[in-house]
Write a protein that binds this ligand. Structure first.
Ligand SMILES: [Zn+2]
Length: 238
């Protein structure tokens, strides 16, 4: 009978393995975590595109402004030329020309200031864009690493189930039908129908067993059940 009990305990281990694998799959949070990373990734990507567009706009404005400044500088040169060549001693014309030159210079000066602040903005945006890009690369790496780990975890759970099934299948052939029937009917009520006894305590219900039961257990002639919870009980191998 000791041999049958040992096999039942092994059978239980097989079922435990299947349960462990099932739990690993059911309680798996990997997919929701991966989806969360994916969402974060999409949001970062959108922010990156926005930043890129903003940068593009600033670049275009500064290019336009730079062209405008060049044209105005040429106009200014023409005006200055006019002042020396065409105004002669016509004071009215000279004063008009000088006024116009001053206006031009002021406008150009303002535009140049604006141009520099655009350049500064461009620098900042460019830096921010690069930072977002680095964040995206990091997050992608994090996603890939996590995905690899997750598929390993899944494979491990599946393997546990497979191993458990094989243990159950092969032991079921070795255990006498009448014993197996008792085990299976107990299993319908309790997940662990066979448990160890340690220091005279049933590890299924944690209740101390009577001396009589322990004596019978030591004899090993028959299947012994816990007086309290009704599980099959067995002693650790010496
Ligand atoms: Zn018990």
């Amino acid at each position: 009978m000791k041999d049958v009990i040992r096999k039942l305990a092994e059978l239980q281990k097989g079922y435990d393995k299947i349960d462990e694998g099932d739990k690993g799959i059911k309680n798996n949070k990997d997919i929701s975590i991966l989806n969360k990373i994916k969402k974060e990734f999409q949001e970062l990507k959108l922010r990156y595109i926005e930043k890129k567009n903003e940068l593009e706009k600033v670049k275009n404005s500064s290019a336009d402004l730079s062209n405008q400044i060049e044209i105005q500088k040429e106009d200014l040169l023409k005006l200055e030329d006019k002042l020396y060549k065409d105004c002669g001693s016509d004071l009215k014309m000279i004063s008009k020309c000088e006024k116009e030159i001053l206006n031009y210079k002021e406008t150009i000066n303002n535009e140049e200031n604006e141009y520099f602040s655009l350049m500064e903005k461009e620098d900042i945006l460019s830096k921010e864009k690069d930072e977002l890009k680095a964040e995206i690369v990091n997050l992608k790496q994090k996603f890939d690493d996590y995905k690899t780990e997750a598929s390993l975890r899944l494979a491990e759970s599946k393997m546990k189930i497979e191993e458990g099934k094989q243990i159950v299948e092969s032991l079921e052939k070795e255990i006498p039908d009448e014993v197996l029937n008792i085990y299976n009917s107990l299993k319908r009520q309790k997940n662990n129908p066979i448990v160890l006894v340690k220091k005279n305590v049933c590890l299924g219900c944690k209740i101390k067993l009577p001396k009589m039961t322990i004596t019978k257990l030591n004899e090993g002639k028959e299947i012994i059940y816990c007086d309290n919870c009704g599980r099959m009980i067995y002693l650790p191998e010496k």
